[in-house]
Design a protein around this ligand. Structure first.
Ligand SMILES: Cc1cc2nc3c(=O)[nH]c(=O)nc-3n(C[C@H](O)[C@H](O)[C@H](O)COP(=O)(O)OP(=O)(O)OC[C@H]3O[C@@H](n4cnc5c(N)ncnc54)[C@H](O)[C@@H]3O)c2cc1C
Length: 69
């Protein structure tokens, strides 16, 4: 069985995993995603942190929320 490895589970990696998930079945191919972090950072939110519009809790979520089973 083939296995696709995605390096980085940021914006590009999670989008790619979700797109591939629509076209591949587990029988066809596995998908492995590698990242050094377990949290996803919504980077545009960084701009609002200094002004107390967002808190870190608003922009940091678990990567697992964006990755299909
Ligand atoms: C302040 C700010 C504001 C922004 N505003 C906008 C906006 O308004 N609109 C817009 O379209 N874009 C905006 N961006 C840009 C957008 O956030 C990035 O273009 C996008 O996140 C890039 O996606 P990526 O997947 O390439 O990288 P990232 O989302 O950064 O993901 C990279 C992933 O790789 C992982 N990684 C890196 N090195 C390693 C390693 N050695 N081993 C394991 N894992 C590793 C990281 O942990 C991370 O999860 C903004 C960025 C910033 C910083």
């Amino acid at each position: 069985m083939k296995n696709i490895v995605i390096l980085g589970a940021g914006t590009a990696g999670t989008m790619l995993a979700n797109h591939l998930n629509h076209y591949l079945t587990v029988k066809d191919c596995g998908i492995t995603i590698i990242d050094e972090k377990e949290e996803h950072h919504y980077q545009p939110g960084y701009l609002f942190l200094p002004f107390d519009i967002y808190t870190p809790e608003d922009i940091i979520t678990s990567i697992k929320e964006f990755i299909p089973n």
